[in-house]
Ligand binder design. Structure first.
Ligand SMILES: CC(C)(COP(=O)(O)OP(=O)(O)OC[C@H]1O[C@@H](n2cnc3c(N)ncnc32)[C@H](O)[C@@H]1OP(=O)(O)O)[C@@H](O)C(=O)NCCC(=O)NCCS
Length: 166
């Protein structure tokens, strides 16, 4: 298991024991803001199953972001697969509980995981951000992604960003 430590955070692959926390978060309106909406309990479990599968394949897949001082899972950061323009692509994403926003945690977690990604992955990562989501546009720029274009993804108009690794 790859453990990534930053000044204030711990990142590691998701484990079965984290399921209840994430299933709860995926059903929470505040946590799921700027997404396709909250999950039903079945969809939340399926989404967590997918997170476990992706993490078994890719070391920098979406994973728990843990606040070291409290040991609390405050969100996730990392990549997931998605279909775009007929190809399977890796998309970088992050999401924090409201009380953990505004401390620079998304940037700190993202920089650490992208450094890990750069050791094993050669290619391009994408990111999708709602054009009205300014905090996320700020994060994605700090993570070194540049604006590519706007596109419809699953019926939603998104700003697409990209970054080459290493
Ligand atoms: C988008 C989101 C992940 C941003 O998380 P975040 O941790 O607040 O973002 P940042 O890392 O940019 O930190 C925000 C601010 O914290 C402040 N901050 C406070 N203490 C800090 C520290 N020690 N180090 C760095 N920044 C700090 C900074 O002012 C920073 O903003 P700035 O770069 O403009 O100065 C979060 O708002 C969120 O989860 N939103 C809902 C879900 C969502 O939109 N996800 C993205 C979908 S595309």
């Amino acid at each position: 298991m790859v453990l990534v430590l930053t000044d204030r955070l711990e990142l590691r692959p998701p484990l079965e024991r984290d399921r209840a926390r994430f299933v709860g978060l995926f059903q929470d309106d505040d946590f799921m803001v700027f997404s396709g909406g909250v999950c039903s309990i079945e969809d939340a479990h399926a989404r967590y199953d997918q997170m476990l599968c992706n993490a078994a394949e890719v070391s920098f897949a979406k994973q728990p972001v843990i606040e070291s001082a409290t040991g609390t899972i405050i969100g996730y950061s990392g990549v997931a697969w998605f279909e775009f323009e007929g190809q399977s692509r890796l998309e970088y994403g992050y999401r924090l509980v409201p009380e953990a926003r505004g401390y620079g945690y998304a940037t700190e977690a993202g920089r650490a995981l992208l450094a890990l990604a750069g050791e094993t992955f050669h290619g391009e990562l994408l990111a999708m951000v709602d054009p009205t989501n300014l905090p996320s546009q700020n994060v994605i720029a700090k993570l070194g992604f540049t604006f590519w274009k706007q596109a419809l993804v699953d019926g939603w108009l998104d700003n697409l960003y990209r970054r080459a690794l290493p």
